[in-house]
Each structure stands twice: as C-alpha cells, then as structure tokens.
Design a protein around this ligand. Structure first.
Ligand code: GDP
Length: 424
C-alpha cells in the first residue's frame, strides 16, 4: 500500500512532521523529487532536525529510507546529513539510493549562483543549491546518473564532452574560471566511494516490497503551487511536486498510490518571489511569522524569513485538486490560538470579477483577496487528542476551510511533536 504525502501550497506546510508521524506505521519512506534546496523540520525524541535530503523516516529502526531516481542527489550533502543525525544519537538508518538517481555536480551550484547574479533583480529567488541547472542538464541529457560512476572510461569521455559546453558558458556568459575535467573526475571518484554502500535498483526493491504488502510513504518536497506544470510558473521549482510524479520519481506503478495525503497549513507562508494573494505585511505579518511553525517561519535551508498570509481557500482548493487528494492534513492550527479574529481568503477578485478558481500566473498577479473573517478561539489547543474536544470556534474554522476546499480534512496537527495529532 503506497501513500503519498505532498504539499497543497508553496511548501513548508508541515509535510516532514506528518511523514514522521505516519512513518511509525510504515516500512519504507521514499523521496521522489527535488534536492537539498528545501528542508523539513522535525521534532522528535532525539531532538530537532532540519532534513534536506534524507527522507523524514530516518528516525525509526523499522524503516528503510529511499532516495528515488527523481531526486537531485547531492552526495556530500547526503553523507553529511547521515553523519549529523547519527552524531545526535539516532541509530544508523537503513538507506538505499537509486542507481538511476542523477547527481548534483560540483558546477551546478556555481551555475545557479552565477545565473542568479546575472539576473539580479529579475531572479527567481533560488536557494542556489544547483537545482535548476541540475534538472536542466537532466532533460538536456547531459546529466550524470549514479550508475555512471562505475564505468570510469565512459565517465571520463562524457565529462570531456559536457565541459566543452559548460566552459563556453563560463567564459562568454558568466566570465568565470573554467572547469577542469581531471578535477571533476577526481571529485566524482570521491562521490563514488561515499555513495557505493547505498546504491541499488530501488524500483526493483519497491516492486517486491509492494508485492509483499509493505507500507510505503512517498514524501514530496515543496507543494502544488511550485510545480513546473501546474504551479505559478516561472516562480516554481524545477521538478514536479505532485503525487502523480511520485510514481515516476520512485519507479512504481501509478495505480499503487492509494492514498494522497495533501498537507495544508492553517495559514499561508511562501518563500521566494511570485504572486501571493493573501499575503499580509507589517506587524500583523511579523507576529504570525514569529509565532508560526515551531520557533518562527524562517526557511529550514536558508534561514530566510518567510512571506506570511492568511489561509487561501482558492489556492488550497486548487492545490488539493491537482494533487489528487484523498485526505487533507491540516497543520499548525495551534499557532492561530492568539487571534481574536481570523481572516480567510475565500475568493480572488480579478478585473472586477470574483472567482474561486486558481488562475494562470498573469491573471494571478492581478488578483486581490476576498476575505471573510471568522472568530478566533483564544486558547491553546496543544495536547488535545480528540476532535470533539477542540473549541467550537476552532472546529468551525476547520469545517469552514473543508467546505471551501472541498476535500476531507482527516488529520489535524496541533503542535510540532509526533503525537500532536488528531485523527478526525
Ligand atoms: P515541510 O517542508 O512541509 O516539512 O515544512 P517545514 O518543516 O518547513 O515547516 C513546518 C514547521 O512547522 C516546522 O518547524 C515544524 O516543526 C512545524 N510544525 C509542523 N506541524 C506543526 C504544528 O501542528 N504546530 C506547530 N506549532 N508547528 C508545527
């Protein structure tokens, strides 16, 4: 049985926490897209962790963590992350890396940085982890698969071929030092040594696991609105953030994904540039940012303050639909306990017309939020275990959101910890 855990919005919805919680009952957790450019923050009995590459299941003895073929694999970062969790007392996790995963090359980070500098004010707000150059190369068929590390002659030839193109860009577009083939080869040989113990045919492993009736989680990074096809293009990420891509990025049959848990945060936050209709500013935003998440809404990878906004029913309805949601996990609800009144964005006004359908980017930029204001509950709801025990105004807020997005909220997260969870 395969369950995907994905985001409805701009990312940072609390997928890591939901994955960590659901991993208690799972055998295998798979990362299927993205790279070390975003992070999940997880709080559990070992402490607080910011994971960028490792799946959020690494904290259990009984789980196997898989880096699927769809991931942008940054080998030194992965190895560093394994080391850092083990140093904090977590037992050595069982990790498998797809032999078909492609590697973030040392120059991808450089190209990301140079391109952001070249674009200056018009940049996409990249985290400069090399993700866009990585996926560009993958689809231009000049990327490097892990499997290629094991054929040194062919590898050398390919490096020579690829560097011709890279060095032209470095010389004429970016005016930066050129790459040397022998240095790249030496680095890749170091990568080979680091990654060899983990490499296998993960799609064959998952095929067998599905046959054996194992419980498998696919863990998405970012959210629907950052998807290159269905998101706020071009302010998107470079790999698909949708559950449907989970089948490809993990190498499993699409019909095996039986459950799609889409994570929605009880308010909005976003990083990077792009239209953000329900955005708030000033003191109102500062307070929500300070109280938000677990210790404030600042990027897990970059430390950047996140942009803040009220819950957006239009974006979330769309985000859930495009994921193919079976269940909504509604997170970080406890944070709203300080508010007397809670505005919710229920529609967009575009050129004088009100819509509840999420538009394409050019129209989105013109959209103004239509807000409805709900009464707050003014209490701390952490520690509550049953839906009926939540304050009435809090239940009304949940039910209001559920009605507007049109998908069932079956999981509520009322604190950062593993057990701060209510099943409806
Ligand atoms: P992800 O990338 O979707 O996993 O989200 P992040 O890890 O970036 O952001 C979620 C943040 O909210 C983390 O700091 C979590 O510890 C925290 N968090 C998750 N669920 C809850 C919750 O229900 N309540 C509170 N207060 N914090 C939560």
């Amino acid at each position: 049985m395969v369950t995907a855990i994905v985001g409805a919005n701009w990312g940072d919805e609390g997928k890591g926490k939901i994955t960590d919680t659901l991993a208690q009952e799972s055998d295998i957790i798979v990362r299927f897209q993205g790279g070390a450019n975003a992070g999940h923050t997880i709080v559990n009995n070992y402490g607080k962790f910011a994971l960028h590459t490792l799946p959020s299941g690494v904290f259990y003895d009984h789980t196997t963590s898989i880096i699927g073929n769809g991931v942008a694999l940054d080998i030194p970062k992965l190895i560093g992350e394994i080391k850092s969790v083990v140093e904090k007392g977590v037992p050595m996790p069982k990790i498998l890396v797809s032999d078909r995963a492609q590697m973030v090359m040392p120059y991808h980070v450089l190209f990301d940085t140079y391109e952001e500098a070249r674009l200056a004010g018009k940049s996409f707000g990249s985290t400069k982890s090399g993700i866009a150059p990585f996926y560009s190369d993958k689809y231009a068929k000049i990327g490097f698969q892990v499997s290629e590390l094991f054929d040194e002659e062919a590898l050398k030839e390919k490096i020579d071929r690829v560097l011709v193109q890279k060095n032209i860009l470095l010389e004429y577009l970016y005016h930066q030092p050129l790459l040397k083939a022998d240095e790249i080869f030496a680095t890749l040989m170091e990568y080979k040594e680091m990654i060899e113990p983990y490499v296998c045919d993960t799609s064959a492993y998952l095929y067998q696991a599905i046959k054996d009736g194992k419980h498998i989680l696919l863990e998405g990074q970012l959210g629907s609105l950052k998807d290159p096809d269905h998101g706020i293009y071009p302010m998107v990420t470079s790999s698909s953030t949708l559950a449907g891509y989970g089948a490809i990025g993990a190498g499993i049959p699409p019909y095996e994904i039986k459950k799609i848990v889409t994570v929605c945060k009880a308010y909005s936050s976003a990083v990077g540039a792009g239209a953000f209709v329900s955005e708030i500013f000033g003191d109102e935003a500062d307070e929500l940012r300070r109280r938000g998440g677990d210790g404030g809404e600042y990027g897990a990878t970059t430390g950047r303050p996140r942009r803040m906004g009220w819950f957006d029913c239009v974006a979330s309805k769309y985000g859930c639909r495009i994921q193919g949601t079976t269940d909504v996990a509604f997170t970080v609800l406890d944070v709203l306990g300080y508010l007397d009144e809670i505005p919710v964005c229920t529609g967009y006004e575009i050129d004088g017309e009100i819509t509840t359908e999420f538009p394409t980017t050019s129209k989105l930029e013109k959209a103004k939020p239509v807000l409805e204001v709900l009464p707050g509950w003014k209490t701390d709801i952490r520690g509550i275990k049953r839906y009926e025990d939540l304050p009435e105004n809090c239940r009304n807020y949940i039910e209001f959101v559920q009605k507007h997005i049109g998908f069932p909220i079956t999981i509520i997260s009322n604190g950062p910890g593993r057990d701060d969870i209510i099943y409806v």
